[in-house]
Ligand binder design. Structure first.
Ligand SMILES: NC(=O)c1ccc[n+]([C@@H]2O[C@H](COP(=O)([O-])OP(=O)(O)OC[C@H]3O[C@@H](n4cnc5c(N)ncnc54)[C@H](OP(=O)(O)O)[C@@H]3O)[C@@H](O)[C@H]2O)c1
Length: 224
């Protein structure tokens, strides 16, 4: 049996904190989760920036606070660039203990040839998070979802699959349920965290596809 063991079940989160939620990915996820009825707490290094970002979501349950306060939500998503990842998680580790922490960080570089994956010493950003947060349940997910589609209220459905990776089956199921907040999206178990490196790296291929075909591509897993 290769699937992860269960240690939950986890209650459905009422609030979702998004570290680095002022960026495109955080805003896009915030829009979809809030539209599905979750209380979304956008986090930032600046509480003022977070409040300004939250003010853009008129009529939706979105607030903006410092990252340390967003880390107090029931479930927390990490949506910062790789360069700030380890430092931020190290600071917030005590606040994140006991929670599901969903990491969507892709370490991608760009040069004259286009996008490329940069190796992460731990194997993946998610594994780095798991090392820094031994008392949290780290899940890798949302790596390939286009922030442009997520944050466009005119896009009714985002037709793709979200690979959900982790060590805890109940937490994986909880995050797969969260994925359904994005109409058209499915959460599919993608393996243990040691398999997250290639999922994060695949983002470079998807960005190359987007550039060539002028699209916002996603992936679909067949026969599931
Ligand atoms: N954009 C996408 O379509 C997409 C899709 C899938 C996954 N992702 C991944 O999601 C993450 C966020 O993507 P993004 O495009 O939203 O990135 P971003 O705009 O570059 O960064 C998001 C936010 O992170 C904060 N931040 C920046 N540098 C930081 C640092 N050194 N330490 C702590 N916080 C920092 C900033 O917020 P404050 O200045 O307000 O603190 C910023 O608004 C990335 O790891 C990316 O690989 C992105």
């Amino acid at each position: 049996m290769t699937e992860a063991p269960a240690t939950g079940p986890y209650e459905r989160p009422r609030s979702i904190g998004i570290l680095g939620g002022t960026g495109p990915q955080g805003r896009g996820l915030a829009r979809r989760f809030a539209a599905a009825g979750y209380q979304v707490v956008i986090g930032s290094r600046s509480a003022e920036r977070a409040a300004a970002a939250a003010a853009d979501f008129t009529g939706l349950p979105v607030s903006g606070v410092a990252n340390a306060d967003a880390a107090g939500a029931d479930l927390v998503i990490v949506a910062v660039p790789y360069d700030g990842h380890a430092e931020l998680l190290g600071e917030l580790a005590p606040k994140l203990a006991g929670k599901i922490v969903v990491d969507c960080v892709n370490r991608i570089g760009f040069d004259k040839q286009g996008p490329y994956a940069i190796a992460v010493p731990d194997g993946s950003s998610a594994q780095e998070a798991a090392r820094i947060l031994p008392d949290s349940t780290v899940i890798g997910a949302f790596h390939h979802v286009s922030s442009v589609l997520l944050d466009d209220p005119g896009v009714d459905r985002v037709e793709l699959d979200v690979l959900v990776l982790g060590e805890d089956r109940a937490a994986i199921e909880s995050v797969c349920d969260l994925v359904t907040a994005i109409p058209g999206a499915r959460g599919i178990y993608g393996g243990r965290l040691r398999n997250c490196g290639q999922v994060e790296a695949l983002t470079a291929n998807i960005i190359a596809i987007n550039r060539r075909y002028k699209v916002h591509a996603g992936i679909r897993i067949t026969d599931v």
